[in-house]
Design a protein around this ligand. Structure first.
Ligand SMILES: [Zn+2]
Length: 440
């Protein structure tokens, strides 16, 4: 059985009982295993485990070892499962944790991507009459922008391929083409609203109803909006829908109008949450997100460890879809810190900093101390770094929320911006891991 990329069949599946969904998934699982067995890595693994794809059941999932980014980086070609003549789009991972990895898409993989994003837009309430301004990168071997574009086209919406940056250009298109939604990075969409307001435009009255965001968290793990998410909704008078995905996953979870996590698309994904020892955790408990994207041809993966921390919710959702939801990403495993015996993720610090409008920008520096604990230096960019009252308030707020008191360095926000732009990557650098380096 292959995935049917039909909107109405997909919507029907989302209203079925868990048993019925599991039966469909099992059939797709067998097909996915068969495709994975075309890659040298999984052919060897499945033979060792004595798993025969055509006879496997979903119970085999928990028997399989995890695949890590490290496995992919060590020998990327051993994961390829489609010959070059079937690879039609060559994407690269953004390389935030290592060398970029080639993720080749077949024509069917692109259809799958379009289907996934079509459902994400549909779940947000977007329909064919809507027009969306795509303020994301569509080229440079990134896949997210392409996925959004294909999804909009498949849904029959108007896609406006603006690209990222330059609020002036975004406003030119807003005024000329009257989109009903924006797709982009939250901080940039907020910057665009503020820029427009300064120029005398009214972002709250220009017809934007949907803000589809990527890359930065807009919700806390309890489902409420972060200060950035709240400010974004207020600035455009529109609703935020966050998407979570990664290039290797080839799948994005979609937030529905209930705003309580990203729905797992049952025909596209098996999602698990595991603890440090690799044990599968029950719903509601935070752990590492492990994904098995179904139906991928070019680079099929089994039990891929994402390195992201979140929890799964299985209570029925008020939107009517009966599928589990992935809560907000609470942190990255690689950035987990132990400070004075307390576990902290950088995202927790950034969420506190967002509450003070005086903080224009910020990054973290992490160093090891002699007792193998970690020391955080929170660098904040202010208009007036000499203002002691603000730094004192910040220190108290951090202490109250995190139960530890990190070091705090106030700098001019232009200087902080320059430091964050180092490396010239797609994203501003906000986490400087100096744990392997000598203290100077
Ligand atoms: Zn829902």
């Amino acid at each position: 059985m292959k995935i049917d990329f039909n909107l109405h069949k997909a919507l029907e599946l989302r209203r079925q009982s868990p048993d019925r969904v599991a039966a469909v998934q099992e059939s797709l699982w067998r097909q996915h295993l068969g495709q994975a067995a075309n890659s040298p890595f999984y052919r060897r693994l499945l033979a060792e485990m004595e798993i025969e794809p055509a006879e496997s059941t979903l119970a085999d999932l928990a028997r399989l070892p995890f695949t890590t980014r490290h496995d992919l980086e060590r020998d990327p070609s051993s994961f390829l499962a489609a010959p070059p003549e079937r690879q039609v789009d060559l994407a690269l991972t953004s390389g935030s944790t290592g060398d970029p990895i080639l993720v080749p898409y077949t024509a069917n993989d692109l259809d799958r991507l379009a289907f996934n994003e079509m459902l994400n837009f549909w779940g947000a309430g977007i329909r064919a009459a809507d027009r969306l301004l795509l303020c994301v990168t569509l080229d440079r071997c990134f896949v997210a922008g392409l996925a959004y574009y294909l999804g909009l086209v498949k849904l029959g919406c108007g896609a406006i391929r603006s690209g990222p940056g330059q609020p002036a250009r975004q406003w030119e298109l807003l005024n000329r083409l009257h989109p009903t939604g924006l797709v982009g990075v939250p901080s940039f969409l907020l910057k665009t609203a503020l820029w427009g307001r300064e120029q005398g435009f009214d972002p709250r009255a220009c017809g934007i109803r949907y803000l589809v965001t990527i890359g930065e968290p807009v919700r806390k793990c309890d489902g409420t909006l972060t200060p950035l998410g709240r400010e974004l909704e207020e600035s455009w008078s529109a609703k935020v829908f966050n998407n979570y995905g990664a290039t290797e996953m080839e799948t994005a979870f979609s937030e529905c109008s209930s705003g309580c996590g990203g729905h797992v698309h049952p025909e596209l994904m098996l999602a698990e949450i595991v603890d440090d020892a690799g044990r599968v955790l029950p719903p509601g408990e935070p752990g590492e997100v492990v994904v098995t994207p179904l139906g991928v041809e070019g680079l099929p993966l089994l039990r891929f460890r994402t390195g992201d921390i979140a929890r799964l919710h299985v209570e029925p959702c008020s939107c009517g879809w009966q599928t589990p939801r992935l809560g907000a990403i609470e942190g990255r495993l690689a950035q987990r810190l132990k400070v004075s015996g307390t576990t902290i993720y950088p995202e927790m610090v950034f969420q506190v900093l967002q509450e003070l409008p005086e903080v224009k920008n910020s990054y973290l520096e992490i160093r090891s101390t002699y007792d193998l604990s970690e020391e955080i230096n929170v660098v904040v960019g202010l208009d007036n770094p000499a203002d002691q009252a603000i730094t004192l308030r910040l220190a108290e707020l951090l202490q109250a929320r995190l139960r530890v008191r990190p070091r705090l360095t106030a700098q001019d926000h232009d200087l902080v911006q320059k430091t964050m732009e180092q490396g010239g990557g797609r994203k501003l650098k906000r986490f400087f891991d100096l744990r392997g380096e000598q203290k100077t």
